[in-house]
Design a protein around this ligand. Sequence first.
Ligand SMILES: Cc1cc2nc3c(=O)[nH]c(=O)nc-3n(C[C@H](O)[C@H](O)[C@H](O)COP(=O)(O)OP(=O)(O)OC[C@H]3O[C@@H](n4cnc5c(N)ncnc54)[C@H](O)[C@@H]3O)c2cc1C
Length: 481
Amino acid sequence: MRLSSVAVLGGGPGGLYAARLMKLRRPECAVTVYEQSPPSGTFGFGVGLATATQRHLEKADPVSLRAIVADAWRHEMSMSVGDVTVTLPAGDLIAIGRARLLEILRDQALAAGVEIHDGTRVSAEELDADLVIAADGVNSATRERFGAELGVRVDRHDSLYLWCGTDFALPRAVFRPEVTGHGTFVAHAYPYQRDRSTFLVETDPGTWRRAGFDATTDRTAPDQSDETALDHLSDVFADTLRGHRLIGNRTRWLRFRTVTCETWHHGNVVLLGDAAHTAHYSIGSGTKLAMESGIALVEALDAGPDLESALTAYETARRPAVEHLQDTARRSMRWWDEFPERLDLPVEQLLIAYMTRAGKVSLERLARDAPAVVAAGLARYDGGPVERLPDDVVGWVLDRPLDAGGQHWPTRAVPCGGLHESEKVTALDAGTTRESALAAFDAAERVRRTGRLVGVRVPDGLRGLAAEALAGGRVDLVELV
Ligand SMILES: Cc1cc2nc3c(=O)[nH]c(=O)nc-3n(C[C@H](O)[C@H](O)[C@H](O)COP(=O)(O)OP(=O)(O)OC[C@H]3O[C@@H](n4cnc5c(N)ncnc54)[C@H](O)[C@@H]3O)c2cc1C
């Protein structure tokens, strides 16, 4: 299909990357980006790009990926509770400052021949082009304008987060809860350049109000930072910050919004990136989603005989991956919402629970990548040292005995038909799918927190998930059926 002009509304990572790919693929097409802010007008700190994302970007455009990686900061991951820190060995996790990423993507788009109009706020309707890509972010006016046609749904979550930074590179990414007189604040922080780290803090609405942050949020103008919150949290996280303070950049408490749309296109307008779909920041995938959607869109445009069928093909190809990631993000978001209630779990086990929380990383894979971490977690699970990880780590977890509530079970995977509801034990059914099993383990964990023992009946084909739930302290017993 021929396109003589493409207008891209929004110069974030999604818009700039799609514009470059489009121009590289279709040199004859005029590709123009309209960005409302001046080139240096972006705000925010670092964003992370995981290994799989780097693979996808490499395949689509190795030149721009090389430029990104050259300026990115590699880090390992850790979790700290109290005095105990557990560290995962470095994979290929990288982070880059959002401003630097945009600079690179801009240069790359310009080098490909894209035209960029900065400081130009436009609406989709006033753009005269064969195709309009609306990459205008989470507050997309285009999505609002075509809300009815696109079947838009925006879910606002209760928890609050504050995206700030600090002026030194943390030694590694860290997840750290701090319990204060008001409640618990959790930091998700990672370094992204020699003298900067992203420092995201989240909390529940009760803690937020008790700390007086409802009032400071009201007092903070949109172009200012909530200095009171930054000051208070600099003290709360003083140990992690090693004497440095938190810095803001239009930093204020926000509630995350999950955006979904029944369709992403209407006429010649297609939504891209955060405008079309968001995924909770705890899986660090917003930039990835926006850039990968750009890859899929540009590829689909080659395939269709006309614009409507090409845009439909784009959705058919892209939607499963986006929805899968949004499901994972929802589970991750709930896991973090309930995180303060898990703080009695040893941190070694918490890290296993964290890594396997959303069903994305299996216990077997974690055992391969980080044997020492898994051995330490399993030692806490089993109540004795684990010198060497068993070859069949899943079988080993299922076969551990349990003594609890005055009862003894020779193995935590009870024989088929052996799990019964009783005075002390709640028995739940996991259903037949991965999703229903993960939901059952979520429910089991909540019941378990009331002090009851919980068992879940799980299809034998999901024994890996069952082992993760046991090792992560989400359930006491399983019955494989
Ligand atoms: C707290 C937090 C932490 C995050 N951490 C990560 C992370 O670790 N890793 C990660 O990958 N992602 C992360 N993200 C998400 C990431 O920042 C976004 O998902 C990503 O930037 C989406 O890219 P985009 O191009 O779709 O939209 P945006 O980056 O929002 O870009 C949209 C652009 O459109 C412009 N625009 C809007 N309206 C108009 C208009 N009418 N005319 C012209 N221009 C317009 C805006 O100025 C903006 O530049 C995080 C987000 C948050 C909130």
